[in-house]
Design a protein around this ligand. Structure first.
Ligand code: GLN
Length: 310
């Protein structure tokens, strides 16, 4: 057994046994019923070996982890023009906060808070029908993960739409400043549906490989983004990927990561590994409680940090 295999097995066993699990998100009613006892982890190393532990093959709602992939797509479509619509600074506020939008003329702080991700989705939607835009996002994930079975969980999307008052408010507020180009309903429809994509840890770790390997997928040699763009997406994940918990995540884990309220986290150890963890219980910032702890243990044990090599 390799050191990595031993680490993953031990962490999965420890996480499964821990009593402290956080609170499952309940503001999206469809997510409230998810088993808080679940824990999964998959690490894919530079040679393409997947090391899995726990519930590695159970699909979960990726929620805001989708925002990494929509950012990648939008940058591919409009390049740096994207930064006219969304900023690159940590918000220091909850993921669904509206407070900074007034001061900053409707331009959201970064692409990973809800307002920013809605603006990014609007860019992807422009020139397309909502159905096409969603298809584009889904196919991108299927391509990255090399898995056509990845799907949109319509029940989650509908459930989020029913109670998405805050996101509806954010989108309308941005629209009033001209930051949203398309009909608000269309943009939100695509946003709710891409948040409702269901993936397993194995699929998510596969999808994140390009970020760990300078924009390329090592096993196929295909280039997804330039090395510079991969570095920049990683920088945003580090500074903004965990909302108001981003500083703490960087301090404890030391790797770029993006969380979602479904309890998933995609983390990137540049040059080494793409890592997906899932545990549905959340901390006060809406980030997976055990997911973060598992990543902290893994990164420490393997000596993976972007801040030093030993
Ligand atoms: N779809 C969720 C929302 O808009 C995403 C939030 C999250 O994962 N942090 O509220």
């Amino acid at each position: 057994m390799t050191e990595l295999e031993a680490a993953v097995q031990e962490i999965a066993a420890e996480m499964a046994a821990r009593p402290d699990r956080g609170e499952v998100a309940s503001y999206i009613s469809e997510l409230a019923g998810v088993d808080p006892g679940a824990f999964g982890i998959v690490v894919i190393d530079a040679d393409g070996n997947a090391v899995a532990g726990g519930d590695a093959d159970t699909p979960f709602s990726i929620q805001s982890v989708s925002k990494v992939f929509t950012l990648t797509l939008a940058l591919g479509m409009v390049g740096d023009l994207l930064w006219r619509r969304v900023g690159r600074e940590p918000s220091g506020n909850p993921f669904n906060s509206i407070v900074q939008l007034e001061r900053e003329r409707g331009v959201p702080r970064n692409p990973f808070i809800n307002a920013g991700a809605i603006a990014v989705t609007d860019v992807i939607l422009s020139g397309h029908q909502p159905r096409e835009a969603l298809g584009e996002i889904l196919r991108f994930l299927q391509f990255l993960a090399q898995d056509d079975t990845i799907y949109v969980d319509r029940a989650v999307a509908e459930s989020e739409k029913r109670t998405g008052f805050r996101n509806i408010a954010l989108a309308n507020y941005m629209k009033s400043f001209g930051v949203i180009a398309n009909p608000v309903d269309f943009t939100l429809g695509v946003y709710f549906h891409h948040c409702a994509i269901a993936m397993t840890c194995r699929q998510l770790a596969m999808a994140g490989r390009y970020l760990a390997h300078s924009g390329r997928i090592p096993s196929t040699g295909s280039s997804v983004v330039s090395p510079e763009r991969a570095r920049r997406i990683n920088a945003l994940m580090l500074t903004c990927g965990h909302y108001d918990g981003s500083g703490e995540f960087a301090y404890r884990v030391g790797l770029p990561g993006k969380s979602g309220v479904g309890g998933g986290i995609l983390a990137v150890a540049p040059g080494r590994a793409s890592i997906a963890v899932w545990s549905p219980g959340l901390d006060a910032n809406g980030n997976s409680h055990l997911g973060r702890i598992a990543l902290e243990k893994l990164a420490r044990r393997m000596g993976w940090s972007i801040f030093g090599t030993e």
